[in-house]
Design a protein around this ligand. Structure first.
Ligand SMILES: Cc1cc2nc3c(=O)[nH]c(=O)nc-3n(C[C@H](O)[C@H](O)[C@H](O)COP(=O)(O)OP(=O)(O)OC[C@H]3O[C@@H](n4cnc5c(N)ncnc54)[C@H](O)[C@@H]3O)c2cc1C
Length: 317
């Protein structure tokens, strides 16, 4: 085995929280490498809602997902995209990552894991699948089309509201109540080019003349509604997959990583932050993840340089 790269710190996951941690680690003088499984850094704000405005990032009255990631993508650390970390192996005082990288500490910021949307349950051939989407990167791709959106959470509501600017939208949910913001539901109900179909479940799908014909069954009755869409967007949510962390020997709480107040996992030298972790009272928001990143980097500094007095404030570094 040949170790070719040495770093003080590896950050696994290039979402907003991993990116901020890498910036903060750089401020503290740590030679840092960040691994991102996808070809693009950015995590959920870049992949799932790049066009949406975020209103709760400290010091930004509002900022879109894509602009937030641009701000965080500073050239202060080494980034390896399209690299899904598979192995983290303890080697004396260090860790070896995927046989090639040796690092003194690791911060896991894998968020909801590798993005794995809950799949649309009805099978179709490859031509049908081309009309079934799990992400909306550019709402204008759906302009002037009939779009069915399936789901009842925030993503379904957000996408419906955004796409309604360009397309005719049908929002289909198996319950009468939605799980997202009431204001989003109210807005959708006020729009003329939006129809809300509840409580319906898709039962059959066919591609006819390049359009999707979907049979929707009313929940609790035999009524079937046949609808035709150019495209459908499936917003059934994402499965958290921290199976890899489990393989690395990291203790979980449910499907999330268990951490101490210093964001330490059960393995000395490995920390975890952001949506990958859980503890009583945690809320999955970016601002909190940024704070966790600062706590974790401070803990890394104390561990790697116990003789140093840690300078906490960036104004004094
Ligand atoms: C529709 C929607 C709207 C939202 N709105 C807001 C909002 O208004 N305000 C707010 O604060 N939060 C909002 N959130 C939540 C916010 O996006 C998350 O809390 C935040 O993205 C968590 O950041 P993260 O860096 O921990 O994880 P993520 O953003 O999930 O990023 C994790 C990254 O790790 C990568 N990864 C996973 N496994 C590996 C591996 N083994 N090796 C390498 N890379 C790996 C993934 O590919 C991903 O890029 C919203 C979320 C959604 C879905």
């Amino acid at each position: 085995m040949v170790i070719i790269k040495k770093f003080d710190l590896a950050i696994v996951g290039g979402g907003p929280v991993g990116l901020f941690a890498a910036n903060f680690a750089h401020l503290h003088g740590l030679k840092t490498i960040l691994f991102e499984a996808l070809p693009d850094i950015g995590g959920q704000p870049k992949q799932l809602y790049s066009f949406k405005r975020i209103y709760d990032i400290p010091a930004y009255p509002e900022i879109t997902g894509v602009n937030l990631i641009t701000q965080l993508a500073q050239p202060n650390f080494t980034v390896k995209t399209s690299h899904c970390v598979k192995d983290i192996v303890k080697n004396g005082e260090s860790f070896i990552i995927d046989e090639d990288f040796t690092v003194k500490s690791v911060i896991i910021a894998t968020g909801i894991g590798s993005f794995k949307p809950r799949k649309f349950p009805l099978s179709g051939d490859s031509k049908t699948s081309q009309h079934i989407h799990y992400y909306v990167k550019n709402p204008q791709d759906f302009a002037k089309q009939d779009v069915g959106i399936l789901g009842g959470g925030d993503s379904a509501l957000d996408w419906a509201n955004e796409l309604a600017k360009y397309a005719h939208v049908s929002l289909i949910h198996r319950r009468n109540q939605f799980r997202g913001l009431e204001s989003s539901v109210n807005k959708l109900q006020s729009l003329k080019n939006v129809e809300i179909l509840t409580p319906f479940l898709p039962k059959e799908i066919n591609l006819v003349d390049n359009k999707l014909q979907i049979a929707l069954k009313k929940v609790g009755s035999d009524e079937v509604l046949n609808k035709t869409f150019s495209q459908i967007i499936v917003a059934y949510g994402f499965q958290a997959n921290n199976q890899l962390a489990k393989n690395w020997g990291i203790g979980l709480t449910g499907t999330h990583i268990k951490v101490s107040f210093e964001m330490k996992t059960n393995i000395a030298g490995i920390y975890a932050i952001g949506d990958a972790v859980d503890y009583p009272g945690r809320v999955p928001v970016i601002g909190l993840g940024f704070g966790e990143a600062q706590v974790a980097v401070a803990a890394v500094m104390r561990e790697l340089f116990p003789e140093k007095t840690l300078t906490i404030h960036s104004t004094s570094i």
